[in-house]
Write a protein that binds this ligand. Structure first.
Ligand code: TYD
Length: 143
């Protein structure tokens, strides 16, 4: 959680079985993604202009996929930030523990599919940005 950086949060190319009738992407635990999946959830019906996220996790790893439509994810490790646009179902952004994320610019009908390494646990969230910076950098950054 303390050592993770945005540079280790890569966009993974997921396998795609293509034929003229459409595509299939299958994700096998620990084979196609670097952790065991304990939970799957998806965001949908996000109203135009709304944003989601606004937190970091202490332990949780996630793979985030635009199963339909598109959206942007800004990831932040306390020192650096980058914005990744997801718009194809065969790409997934790996978000390591200790990374602040904000999701925005959802297209209409977007589905944000999340594969997660742990069951839901409210105690795993850091929802206060100053607390995040303090935990991550060990001091209070002026923000
Ligand atoms: P949250 O993770 O804050 O949503 P987002 O990051 O997409 O903005 O979760 C929103 C609410 O949904 C919160 O009250 C907890 C609940 N929730 C669950 O009950 N189980 C889950 O697996 C998730 C991800 C959220």
């Amino acid at each position: 959680m303390l050592n993770s950086t945005i540079f280790n949060c890569n966009v993974l190319t997921l396998p795609k079985v293509h034929n003229r009738a459409g595509n299939i992407t299958a994700l096998n635990n620990s084979q196609d993604i670097p952790f065991d999946v304990k939970r799957v959830y998806y965001l949908y019906d996000v109203p135009g202009g709304e944003s989601r996220g606004g937190h970091a996790h202490k332990e949780l790893q996630q793979l985030v996929v635009a199963a339909s439509g598109s959206f942007d994810i800004t990831i932040d490790d306390g020192r650096n930030k980058k914005t990744v646009s997801l718009n194809r179902p065969n790409y997934g952004l790996l978000i390591l523990p200790g990374i602040w994320r904000d999701l925005a610019n959802f297209s209409s009908g977007a589905i944000c599919l999340v594969l997660a390494s742990h069951p839901y646990n409210a105690l795993d969230y850091i929802r206060d940005y100053e607390e995040f910076i303090h935990m991550k950098l060990g001091y209070k950054k002026f923000i």
